[in-house]
Design a protein. Structure first.
Ligand SMILES: [Zn+2]
Lengths: 321, 319
């Protein structure tokens, strides 16, 4: 495939730069309706400082939040067949696509980037809910396949951040086929002995949840995110069951054993850095970092890289792995 | 009792007439026998023309026809020594997915079939063919068994979709489906799937990520039901017919898209008219597929299966 050659000399498409002039100075929290000043919003990673509601993030913000120094390189998404079914409902699918593209400035509902996290190379694929509800069609599926290949090529862990209503109906059966395709993608990462981590964000539902998103080595969920298979209206309408309190929310999934942890956005990066560090640097690293407790079997090993301090280690010239 | 679909009405009327005439033929009236013969020819012609150009929405009806052979019919007709195996070893048995060991044309196989039931009692028993996590986990367990004993897997797909309920969500419906797909793809033994009726979204692909996916001529397979699609995209469930067309859910479209490998022709007038012939036709194709795959070693089998899915979507409907 052509795009593979891009990996050797990845095009630097955009280093994230913070938007200096926001469109709106004030944002209303969708949960508590408090008005939040845009600078506060950015500072708090789009988490409402009044009620703790985690707002949806677009991929550039998400990626900037995760990578070391907010720096990353994106890869161009592989080209796929556009509108394979010539689908039309009340609108043409091609028109819906164009609309979403001009609204988001992206080709489709996913962004794939690589860079370092805690000094380790990682590949991150982040969904854009703003692009047709983050729905998974061929472009998204192909993006995930590409992300997995890149991870294997770079011997880097793969982190996927879904935010999706599920399959993209306008691509019919081909959107359904992205379920096995993405399962194969993450299987390739696992076979290469590389970590595959899923960060479940609001919302993660339908065919996305029922494929790659539930197959992570580690599942981290953001607080309050809706995560599930069937839509709530379907459950209420078709089966006529009443939904329990907190149904399909992160905390509910945690209680039912489906996610490893529910992590506040401000602790997300450090948690990831710690997990990847534990998985990818399994040997004592006392010779690299002068931390007294490191390497002692009964010492609080897990607690050591818990803070942003772990970057210092990378900065101090830690080897690649 | 025979059930006629809306568009089969002219056929039903003719057949009603034939029935009436037959009651009169006790006297051995030659003219009447003649008339019956003529009407019968008419019925056949009508069946042929009707079924040759079924609309997608009509195919949906045929695929859901209550008299269409269901998974259990296939199993009892084609599998000897069938030994059902039950339960997911974690929570429950799920009647929506029938599974077990049996002998198909001489060889031991693991069969996994989605069963809708055919009357109120059996529909309830099989939860209308809509599996819960335990059903998919049972399927995973059976696939593991197949792998351990080098037995090929045959799956029969016929479901409106995975069950959308609170309990199912609570017990990880999404995870169960994801793992089931993963298990299919990991199998070191051949897996052949047949969409015998309705291939309903994630609930179907969970057991259909196969080396060969066969599909009956009038079966349907889709990411969402036309009714569901209509109410979401058109915001009007009455638009299901349009949705059925737009979704391209027929065997013919899916073959062209490279999503299925083979179409199995149905007898004239659909599978529900001649269940036995339908099942034999399916069995022949399944056997051929298994024969074909037998020569491949596990690594090759898996690699080809993966590649098949990775290649999907490279071309649309006609160039
Ligand atoms: Zn708030």
């Amino acid at each position: 495939m052509n795009w593979l050659t891009n990996f050797v000399r990845p095009k630097i498409r955009a280093l994230y730069t913070r938007k200096d002039v926001p469109d709106n100075l004030w944002h209303k929290c969708p949960s508590c309706e408090a008005m939040i000043f845009h600078r506060d919003l950015e500072e708090h990673l789009h988490v409402c400082q009044h009620c703790g509601h985690h707002m949806r993030l677009d991929p550039p913000r998400r990626l900037a939040m995760l990578f070391d120094d907010g720096a990353y390189q994106t890869i161009e998404l592989p080209k796929v067949l556009v509108d394979p079914l010539k689908f039309r409902d009340t609108k043409r699918y091609t028109d819906r696509l164009k609309e979403a593209q001009s609204k988001t400035g992206r080709a489709d509902a996913i962004m794939v980037a690589h860079g370092s996290m805690g000094g380790l190379p990682v590949v991150v694929a982040a969904f854009d809910f703003g692009f047709m509800g983050g729905s998974m069609g061929m472009a998204v599926g192909e993006g995930l396949v590409a992300a997995a290949k890149l991870a294997v090529l770079q011997e880097a862990p793969l982190i996927v951040v879904p935010a999706s209503g599920g399959a993209r109906m306008q691509e019919g059966i081909l959107s359904l086929m992205q379920m096995p395709r993405t399962v194969i993608a993450v299987e390739q990462v696992k076979e290469a002995g590389l970590p595959y981590v899923v960060i479940l964000t609001d919302p993660t539902t339908g065919g996305v949840t029922a494929s790659f998103a539930m197959l992570g080595d580690v599942h981290i969920a953001e607080p309050g995110a809706q995560i599930g298979f069937a839509g709530q209206r379907v459950i209420e309408g078709t089966v006529r069951e009443t939904l329990p309190e907190g149904f399909q929310r992160s905390e509910y999934l945690f209680d039912h054993g489906m996610v490893d942890m529910v992590v506040h956005r401000k602790a997300l990066r450090t948690t990831l850095v710690r997990i990847l560090d534990l998985l990818r640097r399994p040997l004592p690293t006392a010779e690299i970092v002068r931390l007294p407790h490191r390497g002692e079997a009964d010492g609080p090993v897990a607690a050591v890289p818990a803070a942003e301090g772990s970057e210092t280690r990378a900065g101090a010239g830690a080897p690649e792995r | 009792m025979q059930t006629f679909l809306e568009f089969e009405k002219p056929i039903a009327e003719l057949e009603g007439k034939i029935e009436e005439l037959r009651h009169l033929t006790d006297a051995g009236d030659l003219n009447i026998a003649d008339e019956v013969g003529k009407l019968q020819a008419k019925v056949e012609k009508l069946l042929q023309t009707t079924y040759a150009k079924l609309t997608p929405a009509q195919k949906v009806q045929v695929a859901r026809h209550p008299n269409r052979p269901h998974a259990l019919n296939y199993i009892s007709a084609l599998v000897t020594d069938f030994t059902p195996l039950a339960g997911d070893r974690a929570f429950a048995e799920d009647g929506a997915i029938i599974g077990g060991l049996g002998r198909f044309r001489g060889r031991s196989v693991v069969v996994i079939g989605q069963e809708k039931g055919h009357d109120t009692e059996t529909r309830v028993k099989h939860n209308f063919g809509m599996a819960k996590p335990e059903g998919y986990r049972k399927a995973q367990r059976l696939m593991d068994l197949a792998a351990r004993f080098h037995l090929p897997v045959v799956t029969l797909v016929d479901t409106a979709g995975a069950y959308p309920g609170v309990g199912a969500e609570e017990r990880g419906q999404a995870e169960a489906i994801a793992r089931s797909i993963e298990r299919c793809l990991r199998l070191p033994v051949p897996i052949v799937s047949v969409v015998i009726g309705e291939g309903g979204s994630g609930g179907a692909i969970a057991v259909a990520a196969a080396d060969r996916v066969l599909m009956l001529e009038h079966a349907v397979y889709s990411v969402i039901s036309p009714e569901g699609c209509a109410s979401i995209l058109w915001r009007d469930p009455q638009m299901a017919q349009d949705a059925a067309v737009a979704l391209r859910m027929t065997a013919q479209d899916l073959k062209q898209l490279g999503v299925i490998d083979q179409i199995v022709s149905e007898p004239m007038g659909g599978a529900h008219r001649s269940p036995a012939d339908t099942m034999t036709a399916v069995a022949d194709r399944v056997q051929a597929a298994l024969d074909d795959l037998r020569a491949l070693d596990p690594a090759e089998l898996k690699a080809r299966r993966r590649q098949k899915f990775l290649d999907m979507g490279a071309h649309g409907l006609g160039a």
